[in-house]
Design a protein around this ligand. Structure first.
Ligand SMILES: NC(=O)c1ccc[n+]([C@@H]2O[C@H](COP(=O)([O-])OP(=O)(O)OC[C@H]3O[C@@H](n4cnc5c(N)ncnc54)[C@H](O)[C@@H]3O)[C@@H](O)[C@H]2O)c1
Ligand SMILES: O=C(O)C(=O)C[C@]1(C(=O)O)C=C[C@@H](O)C=C1
Length: 312
């Protein structure tokens, strides 16, 4: 593949920036990848593993002469970082971010940036429960969505170039309005994480009653929850602080549904439970058929299993 940007700088050197660095280098998408993180320990680790072509001790030095600047820090730190780099940006450069929330990033970053740079916010829908400079890997974005929220009047050339880079890392792109992004992600990512955190919290309380049983007999469903609930506490604190409105909206709907199921169980209403679970199973199938769950076994893509009747 050909070089899309001569000089890219990654601010924040964790899972997402590390994965971008590995992908850009593996696919030859950037002439030079520079990096900066606030903590000296993170910078040292990034140097040791050769994550980037150069690691800098100040954000100002890192962004000097860069064609693309990627903000890959927790959402609450985006505004502060934008203020630090703003006076040092090259005219005509593009600034993007990878934050999991978009409205608050647009509000906190946009006002700091000079009018002669292009700001195109983004969000790769790809991640793991791991964080930090050692957690990145080049294939993270393969066949994943990368949402962009370009403001009205965005320079089309700058946008096309950023899209080329993202496609070059293996992702598929969709444009969205920031408010809509935050609502969709509240449903598909933020509230599911909150539910996982809660369920593991419940089990932790129970563990004190049942001693080690929760761990010893941990079933696959619960283990999936523990993986999600092991995600970075700073990142997720920020997601809920910065996307509180959509999260509370979806959480309200979730609670209503939970009460419906709770009542069906209390009333012994098997048909209602069966009808509900049949609907949700169809959703899982459509995700697999759309190729969005790369971990799922192949049967989901090639054949549709018969739906069991209430009698089995
Ligand atoms: N982890 C995921 O699954 C995932 C997926 C998509 C998007 N995101 C978003 O990507 C961003 C980064 O997440 P991550 O998982 O790579 O996090 P991470 O914890 O792995 O890395 C964050 C990095 O930012 C640095 N940092 C923190 N505050 C800073 C500051 N003020 N100045 C400079 N550096 C600072 C940290 O030292 C660390 O190197 C977040 O906004 C997150 O919402 C995460
Ligand atoms: O796979 C995971 O571990 C993730 O949680 C990744 C995940 C998600 O799918 O919810 C988490 C947060 C993001 O902003 C994007 C992706």
């Amino acid at each position: 593949m050909s070089v899309i940007y001569d000089r890219v700088v990654l601010i924040g050197l964790g899972l997402i920036a590390g994965s971008m660095a590995h992908a850009m280098r593996a696919f030859g998408l950037a002439g030079h990848v520079a990096g900066y993180a606030r903590s000296a320990e993170t910078r040292d680790t990034a140097r040791r593993i050769g994550m980037c072509d150069s690691i800098h001790d100040s954000a100002a030095e890192a962004v000097a002469g860069a064609d693309l600047i990627v903000l890959a820090v927790p959402v609450s730190a985006m505004g502060e970082v934008a203020a630090q780099i703003a006076p040092h940006l090259k005219p005509g450069a593009t600034v993007t971010d990878v934050g999991s929330v978009k409205q608050s990033v647009v509000q906190s970053v946009g006002p700091h940036l000079p009018p002669n740079v292009h700001f195109i916010p983004g969000h790769p829908l790809a991640g793991t429960e791991h964080s930090g400079p050692l957690s990145g890997f080049a294939s993270l974005f393969q066949n994943r969505w990368w949402l962009l929220t370009p403001p009205e009047g965005t320079d089309q050339q700058a946008l096309a170039r950023l899209r080329d880079l993202i496609r070059g890392m293996g992702a598929n792109i969709e444009d969205m309005e920031p408010g809509h992004h935050d609502l969709v992600l509240a449903v598909t990512s933020h509230v599911p994480h909150l539910i996982a955190y809660t369920m593991v919290g419940v089990a932790d309380h129970l563990r004190r009653v049942t001693e080690s049983e929760v761990i010893q007999y941990s079933a696959a469903g619960f283990r999936d929850f523990t993986r999600i609930a092991a995600s970075d506490p700073i990142m997720w604190r920020d997601v809920f602080m910065e996307n509180s409105e959509a999260t509370l909206d979806i959480l309200g709907r979730f609670t209503e549904e939970l009460f419906v199921l709770q009542r069906a169980i209390r009333m012994g209403d098997g048909p209602q439970l069966h009808e509900y679970f049949t609907r949700t199973r169809a959703i899982r199938r459509s995700i697999i058929e759309a190729g969005q769950d790369t971990d799922a076994p192949d049967f989901g893509r090639s054949a549709v299993q018969p739906v069991a009747t209430p009698d089995g």
